[in-house]
Write a protein that binds this ligand. Structure first.
Ligand code: NAD
Length: 369
């Protein structure tokens, strides 16, 4: 019998990119029994709610899920399904690796960063209100607790050790947010002291953004609060080659949900145009989580070689002016088929060509601000 995994196709491009990941999963030979659980617009149509209890039950039962993006109405409408899922399942750690693939689609071919984002509190608390009757002033509560800050910092350092990374940077705004920011900063410092084998340093969020754009190879694992992590992970995805290639994973104490950094990209929905790589790399992370490292290595290598070859790639990796070698754009499904075709053929044991070596991680005091 295979692994039973919850599949949440999601909205917009979600059904297309999750289907692409399923095609690649099939090519690995790992037997996965997908239990489809609809959330978002499809669930509103069928169940009258965007997050039916059956979705939460399915993830709790199977303990692992592959998820597509889900649309959140802007400025009104129902609360974010994504945030509700994280809070209700206590998926506290959002791990978002940003790896450049074969140097394509990026000015920073050496990018290899991981953003670890606290995913249950902060400015996503959902506690907000109008201050006056005219709706001319409003407040959103930034909830930061010592418990969640300790937990996410510990997760980041454990993750760094496990993944043979050497450097963890705590990112905050403790100079301005003297309670919430300082609470996170204190937690980071106390946890860091327990990992003397790893380099630990801190950056204020504004300086962090500037430094990432100037020299991303100086950084390794970044740990931060919810909204800062959301913004930083899109920035890091951009450094690595774009939202189309950026996977992510959400971890709780016993549960894991794999979802890309990107959203539902409504303008491409139903057009078979979206890049499937982010969702396929979510599958890679899922296979690793299941202990299927050999299959995961094959998936990563097949993605890498497809991107490097640049014969069958979606528009975002083929855009003229975005790379030095523009090519005709392929469809989402064609790229997925090409990756699936390569999965049994690739040799993951040969080292990947690295566009450039990772330089040292010593912090440059002149750049701290
Ligand atoms: P988005 O990530 O959907 O799109 C941002 C840009 O990236 C767009 O230009 C889009 O076309 C492009 N893009 C995204 N994914 C791509 C892919 N796979 N291939 C090629 N291009 C891709 O962000 P948005 O427009 O800000 O949000 C759209 C909706 O998605 C909103 O409702 C938002 O709330 C939701 N969202 C959901 C999640 C999630 O489910 N975890 C995450 C982010 C945004």
């Amino acid at each position: 019998m295979g692994y039973r995994v919850t599949l949440i196709p999601g909205d917009g491009i979600g059904p297309e990119v999750t289907r692409a990941a399923q095609v690649v999963a099939e090519a690995t030979g790992v037997s996965i029994d997908w239990e489809v659980a609809e959330a978002g617009e499809a669930a509103i149509r069928s169940d009258g709610t965007p997050l039916p209890a059956s979705v939460l039950d399915s993830v709790r039962k199977n303990r692992v899920a592959l998820k597509g993006p889900i649309t959140t109405p802007i400025g009104g409408g129902f609360r974010s399904v994504n945030v509700a899922l994280r809070q209700q399942l206590d998926l506290f750690a959002s791990v978002r690796p940003a790896r450049a693939l074969a140097g394509e689609g990026t000015r920073y071919p050496e990018t290899d960063l991981v953003v670890v984002r606290e995913a249950t509190e902060g400015l996503y608390s959902g506690i907000e209100h109008w201050v006056d009757r005219d709706h001319a002033a409003a407040e959103t509560v930034n909830v930061i607790t010592r418990k969640a800050s300790d937990r996410i910092c510990r997760f980041a350092f454990d993750y760094a050790r496990r993944e043979h990374r050497r450097h963890v940077t705590g990112v905050h705004k403790a100079n301005i947010m003297k309670t919430t920011g300082a609470l996170f900063q204190t937690a980071f410092r106390e946890v860091a002291a327990q990992y003397p084998d790893l380099v630990a340093d801190e950056r204020l969020i504004d300086n962090m953004c500037m430094q990432l754009v100037k020299k991303p190879s100086e950084y390794d694992v970044l740990v931060t609060t919810n909204l800062m992590g959301d913004i930083l992970s899109d920035l890091c995805a951009g450094l690595a080659g774009g939202l189309g290639i950026a996977p992510g994973a959400l971890f709780g104490e016993r549960l894991a949900v794999f979802e890309p950094v990107h959203g539902s990209a409504p303008k491409y929905a139903g057009q078979d145009r979206a890049d499937p790589v982010a969702e396929i790399l979510c599958l890679e992370l899922l296979l690793r989580h299941l202990g299927e490292a050999a299959a995961a290595d094959r998936v990563f290598r097949a993605v890498w070689e497809t991107v490097a070859e640049k014969k069958v790639v979606t528009y975002d990796l083929a855009l003229p002016g975005y790379t030095d070698r523009p090519v005709p754009a392929s469809s989402c499904s064609a790229m997925a088929q090409e990756i699936a075709r390569k999965v049994p053929l690739v040799d993951p044991s040969t080292p990947l060509p690295r566009p450039s070596a990772r330089p040292g991680v010593a912090a440059d005091p002149a750049l701290e601000g």
